[in-house]
Write a protein that binds this ligand. Structure first.
Ligand SMILES: [Zn+2]
Length: 270
């Protein structure tokens, strides 16, 4: 599933390819992929240009010359591709923005969980959807403020997009591992030092993931990601026989807030 690092990679890709070209039309294969009417989208974008981007968590906003903002949600498997010739059109390019330069930007949605919409006001949208500050922009004060109010385990609190936006399941496990905090510690009992470690770990994990363009095999060897199983089905209870990359204790797997969770019982004490 595209997480914050993937969406940041898409954002940079869109900025590098698709700005300041006049949009001639938008092809939409299936109108269910739109959260506005097709006519509204076409009317807002025809003759318009993309001029910039903003990302908050997993939400990508594409700014235009007229002030209208295109929202992109990448769902489970969404992606972008920029191309010119029809034979290079990728599979599942279900929404395609055509530019007067002859180039096109495809919004790829294999499983149709992806969505494109149109809004006028990003901050109003974020408030309405209760989306918190982006995880890379949240300060230690932001974290302290939300943690003070939460008696739940720290892991589901971090996954909640109204706490900080953009932290998915594996990222939260990696962050807690890096900060040496057990996933079931109660959020409002964390010390100032622990919240500082958590804040630093969020920045570190996301920065590494973005630098490596979310290619997980290129992550540092001491990351937990190399020992997690990607089949998170309830059948695989063992957690494998995988060892902590920092202390060689056997990694444990548990379900915290209903989500498969990997942690080192030695490095992350309860
Ligand atoms: Zn360990």
């Amino acid at each position: 599933m595209p997480e914050l690092p993937e969406v940041e990679t898409y954002r940079r890709y869109l900025e590098a390819t698709s700005l300041y070209q006049t949009i001639t039309h938008v092809d939409v294969e299936d109108h269910k992929l739109l959260t506005v009417s097709y006519d509204t989208l076409q009317h807002a974008l025809k003759g318009n240009q993309f001029t910039g981007t903003r990302r908050v968590g997993k939400n990508l906003f594409v700014l235009t010359r007229t002030g209208a903002v295109v929202t992109m949600h990448f769902g489970m498997t969404g992606d972008l591709a920029y191309y010119r010739d029809e034979e290079d059109r990728p599979s599942y390019a279900r929404i395609v923005f055509h530019f007067n330069t002859g180039f096109k930007l495809a919004f790829i949605c294999p499983r149709k969980f992806e969505r494109i919409g149109l809004i006028e006001d990003i901050d109003g949208y974020l408030r309405h959807k209760k989306i918190a500050p982006d995880a890379l922009e949240a300060s230690t004060e932001d974290l302290t403020r939300v943690f003070m109010k939460k008696k739940a385990s720290v892991k589901p609190v971090l996954l909640d997009q109204s706490t900080v936006a953009g932290l998915g399941n594996w990222i939260v496990d990696e962050v807690l591992f890096d900060a040496a905090i057990h996933p079931e510690r109660v959020a409002n009992q964390l010390s100032e030092d622990e919240i500082n470690r958590l804040h630093a770990a969020i920045r570190k994990v996301l920065t590494v993931a973005i630098e490596r363009e979310a290619v997980y095999r290129d992550f540092p060897k001491d990351f937990l990601i190399h020992v997690r199983e990607w089949d998170d089905s309830p059948h695989s209870e063992s957690g494998g026989h995988r060892l902590c990359p920092r202390c060689t204790t056997r990694i444990e797997k548990a379900y915290v807030g209903g989500r498969a969770t990997y942690f080192c019982p030695q490095c992350q004490r309860e």
